[in-house]
Ligand binder design. Structure first.
Ligand code: C5P
Length: 205
């Protein structure tokens, strides 16, 4: 069984994908980490994420950085969104994601283009969303927990910029697959969102 989970930043898709993987005993790939690893490599080399050549050169080092603690920072998230808009970078990471999806027994993958590009034949596709304001509030809380204190307005502006870039790039833009089921987590607790996700997957499989 292949389960595709897509959606914007702080929608809850990562938490839901991990919970689905646990529930069904499937391996899970957070595909955002691949783009984040490319971004970390570019930034550490003092290169420019907006340069296609610099970003492509970093793809070969991504694997060795997948456990790096810096992957989760906001700065890296922004740079990941920039490097991921380069079509050759997406092409370089495509096969690895497809083969993860195709492993015997199945898998859960989460990202922006799983249901549309990486695993268009997935058995269940969820598109997880929440309003930008609620996503900004969640991200803001998380950043404060880690000692940062940006204004809520700044976090909201960053989220909007990232949504805009991710959904308007030429290659594999973030969008809901036609056969995806929408899960709006705006007013759901984490537990309720997970239960709803399981119910949606059950309905398809
Ligand atoms: O999900 P996460 O915030 O870790 O993703 C970081 C960035 O990586 C996203 O903003 C997006 O630009 C990019 N990404 C992507 N395709 C995916 C997963 C992530 O373009 N499948």
């Amino acid at each position: 069984m292949i389960i595709a989970v897509d959606g914007p930043a702080a929608s809850g898709k990562g938490t839901i994908a991990r919970a689905l993987a646990r529930h069904y005993g499937l391996p899970h790939l957070d595909t955002g980490l691949l783009y984040r690893a490319v971004a970390v490599s570019v930034l550490r080399e003092g290169r420019d994420p907006a340069s296609e050549a610099d970003a492509l050169a970093a793809c070969g080092f991504a694997d060795s950085l997948l456990d790096d603690p810096e992957l989760r920072t906001d700065e890296v998230g922004k740079a990941a969104s920039v490097v991921s808009a380069h079509p050759p970078v997406r092409a370089a990471l495509l096969e690895r994601q497809r083969s993860f999806a195709q492993q015997p027994g199945g898998a859960v993958l989460d990202g922006r283009d799983i249901g549309t590009v990486i695993a268009p034949d997935a058995d269940a596709k969820l598109f997880v969303k929440a309003t930008p304001t609620i996503r900004a509030q969640r991200r803001h809380l998380e950043l404060r927990k880690h000692g940062a204190n940006p204004s809520l307005d700044k976090v909201l502006a960053d989220i909007r910029t990232r949504d805009e870039r991710d959904s308007h790039r030429s290659e594999a833009p973030m969008r809901q697959a036609e056969d995806a089921q929408v899960l709006d987590t705006s007013f759901l607790s984490i537990d309720a969102a997970i239960q709803r996700a399981i119910a949606l997957v059950e309905a398809r499989t």
